[in-house]
Design a protein around this ligand. Structure first.
Ligand code: V47
Length: 390
């Protein structure tokens, strides 16, 4: 049997860690032999990685893979998040963002307001709009198509990364369209790619507890498959640090890996640390720095067919995101400008970072910052405009 994983684009020019791999964990020795030989890791390997007491050695291995793929390059982008509404029919225990429509704090942007929102914030020319929101019971599908068309008219050079698989499935149901028709209409309106949200943890047992009202894991994957077939690339997230166990996390990653083998449509894996404040799971403790680093590293090792692993700085803090660049991550996401989902759930990170802040974080981690567009093409800037290498 060929156990070599299909390889994402490789950059072999980068430096290698100078020290040989060392650990006193015998199980990790065997896994290291597989990683260094380019062999695919199994479900049992994944669980053993979580159980290993030697997180630094796990990080060393992930860094080795990361440097094999990307050398010293670390990516960031200049983006803006837009959350058109927080009104949501679902009442997921994991979420502090969604509101019922008559609740205090519920909002829905008029289209004009959403377009103005897109233009506001930092003056730095953004290359990406990241658009996600609640499952609004009344907004018609046309609202979302018009939102995207209007953005494209006003900002034709900006990539629109919009709507999670969960939003797509909900809109399809309400518009009485198939998933394929819904995605095709979104693409025709100007959606260029899709964010990775809503994946949470695929295991039914966990989903029933944290997001009972969302589509199940199989439906999330099926929606992603159709999006990829239509030529829309997407990201994939995994929410960790709540009621899931090691096996659930490994199962989640292996299901992503299996779909990626088929479609090749995922760009980036993004582990998201759960923030419990103001959620129905408020009693749970927050993740700690070592757990965040361990998760980044294991993601890099298990998802051998994903080109990129992102340490989303909003989620894990800029400091942990920076250290993650030595634990398997090659991307720290972007300027964001205005973040609502984690700040409603108690995130203490800033709302946005400037381009110069991201460059400093990367440079001081000993990596080479590369501004990318959503599709990981290098961006070259002049004072207030940009060009993308094609
Ligand atoms: O799906 C919701 C998570 C996700 C909480 O694709 C929470 O580039 C922690 O997917 N604590 C949405 N997490 C955000 C997302 C994302 C973010 C950045 C970049 C990209 C990308 C995607 O946020 C949701 C859910 O998993 N989330 N509530 C919470 N209390």
């Amino acid at each position: 049997m060929n156990t070599a994983p299909p390889s994402p684009s490789r950059n072999t020019s980068g430096p290698r860690p100078r020290h040989p791999f060392q650990t006193e964990d015998a199980k990790l020795e065997a896994i290291a032999a597989k990683v260094l030989a380019g062999e695919r890791l199994s479900f049992e390997d994944g669980v053993a990685l979580y159980r290993s007491p030697d997180i630094l050695a796990v990080g060393w291995l992930a860094n080795w893979v990361r440097e094999k793929l990307h050398g010293d390059i670390a990516y960031f982008n200049v983006n803006r998040h837009i959350n058109p509404t927080n009104v949501c029919v679902a009442a997921c225990r994991l979420c502090a963002f969604g509101r019922k429509k008559d609740m205090p704090g519920a909002y829905t942007m008029a289209l004009e307001e959403a377009w103005q929102n897109a233009a506001s914030g930092y003056t730095e020319a953004v290359t990406e709009f990241h658009i996600v929101g609640g499952l609004h019971p009344d907004l018609p599908f046309a609202y979302f198509l018009d939102l995207v068309r209007g953005l494209k008219e006003r900002f034709p050079q900006v990539h629109v990364k919009a709507f999670t698989m969960v939003e797509v499935a909900y809109l399809a149901k309400r518009a009485k369209l198939t998933l394929r028709e819904t995605l095709q209409q979104m693409k025709d309106a100007g959606v260029d790619s899709m964010p990775g949200g809503g994946a949470e943890i695929f295991a039914d047992r966990v989903r029933h507890i944290i997001c009972d009202h969302k589509i199940d894991g199989g439906e999330w994957l099926e929606t992603a498959r159709i999006a990829h077939e239509l030529g829309l690339r997407s990201n994939a997230t995994m929410l960790y640090g709540h009621v899931e166990n090691d096996e659930d996390r490994v199962d989640h990653m292996l299901r992503l890996r299996a779909l990626q083998d088929e479609t090749g449509g995922f760009q980036t894996f993004i582990p998201l640390a759960f923030h419990p404040d103001n959620t129905a799971l408020e009693h749970l403790p927050r993740t700690t720095g070592m757990i965040d680093l361990q998760q980044i590293a294991i993601g890099r090792l298990m998802l051998d067919n994903f080109a990129h692993v992102k340490a989303y700085w909003q989620m894990v803090t800029p400091k942990i995101a920076q250290i993650s660049l030595r634990f398997g991550a090659d991307d720290i996401d972007g300027t964001v400008v205005e973040e609502k989902i984690y700040h409603d759930a108690g995130a203490s990170t800033p709302q946005g970072l400037r381009r110069a802040d991201l460059i400093r974080l990367i440079t001081e981690a000993g990596r080479i910052p590369v501004e990318r567009d959503t599709l990981y093409r290098a961006v070259t800037r002049t004072e207030d405009s940009f060009t993308v290498a094609v």
